[in-house]
Design a binder for this molecule. Structure first.
Ligand SMILES: NC(=O)c1ccc[n+]([C@@H]2O[C@H](COP(=O)([O-])OP(=O)(O)OC[C@H]3O[C@@H](n4cnc5c(N)ncnc54)[C@H](OP(=O)(O)O)[C@@H]3O)[C@@H](O)[C@H]2O)c1
Length: 353
């Protein structure tokens, strides 16, 4: 590679860093903008009641939204759109970053030799590998793959449940603001899990497409597909990742059970808005165990990330603030609706709230 090439690489690398910093700042600002109003509205001050009611009007859905308030609402069954979007977007990110990790960030303890890359390999590989020379950087790329894999498992089940487990009543609605928040959420959440290398992976994919157009079919060979090469680095991730995956699996399993209980409260295909006191699994302890399980799922993702990325902390912060807010309303609704509602149930967090 000549001097001009190295200079161009330096300029491209700097503008990539600028875009990356802007993207990370934007994501963090958006999570904070979501968390703050929920926190303020939850403060126990009568002066904040109007603000609390306003936020409630946007956040309410299903049984806690009065059927008279149908303006600016969409069916609650539109939750399906969130998971369709979540699945397509998470799969795109996962495939792109997994391929990038395999090609550019092989795992091993030793740093990649920069000199050997100057003398060998294609121009595209040199440009991309030069950004991931340390073992730590390459480990972080594979960690992003792992987090996206967990997210994929989560959205896949949610998509299935929305179609085949829940029996949404025909009158269940959500506010359009809540709907747009959900659309934003499933765009920003998967991205927040992989800001470390998402831009580089997309840049790499774009370069690969260009190279493919030049070299054509010669680049493709099914016999070259190295399945173990794609999987092995994941098996070699650290304790943090596996501890996080275990927490994730714990929340994932209980959310599955609680959703199955909610789905079983009505006959399949019954779309009437009949409500019953749910019983079994974590419902014996809290009113919204499916929300609690969601918090545990994201806490698992945070642990699996190693806990060093503020964006993922803020993502968890938003999930906790949003679902705690909804859980408080749900708990109040159950207590008002059913005289025989078990008084020993907490709203969402056993022995705390
Ligand atoms: N990550 C996030 O920020 C976030 C945000 C929102 C939701 N979520 C997750 O999405 C999942 C679904 O949330 P959601 O708010 O839609 O749940 P939900 O309001 O509890 O409703 C889920 C389904 O169960 C039915 N249902 C609820 N309580 C019932 C009862 N007592 N009797 C009979 N049927 C009942 C609902 O009926 P209706 O059709 O009549 O309402 C609906 O079909 C949750 O696990 C939650 O954690 C995550």
């Amino acid at each position: 590679m000549n001097l001009l090439g190295i200079l161009m690489e330096a300029v491209a690398s700097q503008s990539m860093d600028t875009i990356k910093t802007a993207l990370i700042r934007l994501l963090r600002a958006a999570w904070i903008a979501g968390i703050l109003p929920l926190l303020i509205a939850s403060l126990p001050s009568p002066r904040l009641n109007p603000f609390h009611s306003l936020l409630q009007a946007y956040a309410k859905r299903g049984k806690i939204m009065p059927s008279s308030s149908n303006r600016f609402t969409v069916p609650q069954s539109f939750f399906l759109h969130f998971y369709l979007l979540g699945l397509v977007w998470t799969t795109t990110l996962l495939m792109g970053i997994w391929y990038f990790a395999y090609k550019v960030a092989p795992l091993g303890s030793e740093p990649l030799s920069f000199v050997s890359q100057l003398t060998g390999g294609s121009h595209v590989f040199f440009l991309h590998k030069s950004r991931f020379t340390t073992a730590e950087a390459r480990f972080n790329v594979w960690k992003s793959v792992f987090l996206l894999l967990l997210m994929e498992i989560h959205v896949l089940r949610r998509l299935y449940e929305t179609r085949h487990v829940f029996n949404y009543s025909s009158s269940a609605r959500m506010h359009i603001v809540g709907y747009l928040t959900g659309i934003y959420y499933y765009t920003a959440a998967p991205l927040s899990l992989c800001t470390f290398c998402a831009l580089e992976a997309f840049n790499f994919a774009a370069d690969q497409v260009v190279e493919f157009k030049v070299e054509g079919q010669e680049m493709l060979s099914i016999t070259d597909f190295d399945l173990w090469g794609y999987v092995k680095p994941i098996t070699g991730l650290g304790r943090c990742q596996w501890a996080g995956a275990s927490i994730f699996a714990w929340g994932w399993f209980h959310q599955f059970c609680c959703h199955a209980i909610l789905g079983s409260l009505r006959e399949r295909g019954d779309r009437t808005a009949e409500y019953i006191i749910p019983r079994g699994d974590w419902f014996e302890v809290v009113s919204s165990p499916h929300y609690l399980a969601e918090m545990i799922i994201y806490a698992g993702l945070l642990v699996a990330s190693g806990g060093t990325d503020i964006t993922i902390w803020l993502l968890l912060g938003f999930v906790v603030a949003n679902l705690a807010f909804s859980a408080a309303e749900t708990h109040r609704w159950y207590l008002q609706k059913f005289e025989d509602y078990p008084r020993n149930r907490w709203a969402i967090l056993p022995f705390v709230y």
